[in-house]
Design a protein around this ligand. Structure first.
Ligand code: PHE
Ligand code: FE
Length: 294
C-alpha cells in the first residue's frame, strides 16, 4: 500500500472521475467507512491466478542474495506461490506471529484511513491484480505489490512495531503539516529501503521487492546513490515515482529504523518547512555512496 497524498474530498473526487478518466481502478461502491471491502477470493479467475504465479516465479528467482533474510524466510512460510492468496488465511497466521491482520481494500485509500489501519495493526491490501500487459510495470499498487512486497515483513516483530508507529505518526503529522515529509520517509524506507547484512546490502522495501527490474538495479554500482539513512535528510529528499530511485537509503537493521523514527518529529517538521527540498540525486558533502568502488 502506498499513501495517497490527498484529502478525503480530493480523493472521492478522483474516484468519481474514474468512470470517464480512469484515474483510479477498483470498485469503491461496497467499501465501508474505513474503505474495507470483502476480498471475494472465489471470484478470481484462473487467468488471474496464472498471472500471479508468473509474477511470483519471476520475483522468487530474484530474491536470493538480494532480499533480506527476514523477507525470504517469511515469504517461504506464506506458501503463496500457487495463486492469489486468501487474505483470511494469511491474517490468521500473521495475527499469531505479530498481532497484525490484513484488510482488503479497493485500491489506494485516503491517508487518514490508511494511517488509522496501520495504527491498529491492520495492513490494507488491494484486491485486484494488474493486467498481463502490466507484467513489468504498474502505476497503482495492486494485490501483487501489496501482498508480495509488504506482507512478509509484517511477520518481523520489530518491523511490525515500526509500521504501527508509522501509522500513529501519520495521524499526528496530519495535524502538524508534516505529511509530505513523512511520505518521503515511507517512500525511501518501507517502499525503497535497503538494509545492511554481513553479506552486503539487501532489500527490504516493498516497491523494490515486487519489481522485476529494480531488484537487480538497486544493488548495482550505478549513478544512483546508496547512503546511510538519516531521517531528517531523507524527509528533505524528493523522490521519483516514474523511474528507478536515484537515491537508496540504507539502514543497519530494523531496530535502527524503529529507534531513529521514535523521537517527536514536531521540531523536525518545523525545520524542514524552512528549507528547500533536495533533488532526488543529491549527494551532500561528507556523504559517500556505499557501493561506489565496487
Ligand atoms: N516519531 C514520529 C513523531 O513523533 C512518529 C513516527 C514514528 C513517524 C515512526 C514515522 C515512523 O511524529
Ligand atoms: Fe506499497
Amino acid at each position: 500500500m502506498d499513501t495517497a497524498l490527498v484529502s478525503n474530498e480530493e480523493f472521492l473526487a478522483t474516484v468519481a472521475e474514474k468512470s470517464d478518466g480512469a484515474a483510479l481502478r477498483g470498485d469503491y461502491s461496497t467499501a465501508d467507512a474505513q474503505y474495507v471491502v470483502k476480498q471475494n477470493w472465489a471470484a478470481y479467475t484462473q487467468e488471474e491466478h496464472a498471472l500471479w504465479r508468473r509474477l511470483y516465479k519471476r520475483q522468487e528467482a530474484l530474491v536470493p542474495g538480494r532480499a533480506c533474510d527476514e523477507f525470504i524466510t517469511a515469504l517461504a512460510a506464506l506458501k503463496a506461490a500457487d495463486g492469489i492468496p486468501d487474505f483470511e488465511k494469511t491474517s490468521e497466521a500473521l495475527e499469531k506471529a505479530t498481532g497484525w491482520r490484513i484488510v482488503a481494500v479497493p485500491g489506494l485509500i485516503p491517508e487518514q484511513a490508511f494511517f488509522n489501519h496501520l495504527a491498529n495493526r491492520r495492513f490494507p491490501v488491494t484486491v485486484w491484480l494488474r493486467t498481463p500487459a502490466e507484467f513489468d510495470y504498474i502505476v497503482e499498487p495492486d494485490v501483487f505489490h501489496d501482498y508480495f512486497g509488504h506482507v512478509p515483513l509484517l511477520f518481523d516483530p520489530v518491523f511490525a512495531d515500526h509500521m504501527q508507529e508509522y501509522g500513529k505518526g501519520g495521524l499526528k503529522a496530519m495535524k502538524l503539516g508534516g505529511l509530505d515529509y513523512l511520505a518521503r520517509l515511507y517512500w525511501y524506507t518501507v517502499e525503497f529501503g535497503l538494509i545492511q547484512s554481513p553479506q552486503g546490502l539487501r532489500v527490504y522495501g516493498a516497491g523494490i521487492l515486487s519489481s522485476g527490474g529494480e531488484l537487480e538495479y538497486c544493488l548495482q554500482n550505478t549513478p544512483s546513490r546508496h547512503i546511510p539513512l538519516n531521517v531528517e535528510r531523507c524527509m528533505r529528499t524528493l523522490y521519483k515515482i516514474d523511474s528507478y530511485q536515484e537515491t537508496y537509503f540504507v539502514i543497519r537493521d530494523f531496530k535502527q529504523l524503529f529507534e531513529d523514527t521514535a523521537p517527536d518529529f514536531t521540531p523536525m517538521y518545523e525545520r524542514l518547512k524552512q528549507v528547500e527540498p533536495l533533488p532526488a540525486n543529491t549527494l551532500l558533502p561528507g556523504e559517500r555512496d556505499l557501493l561506489a568502488g565496487n
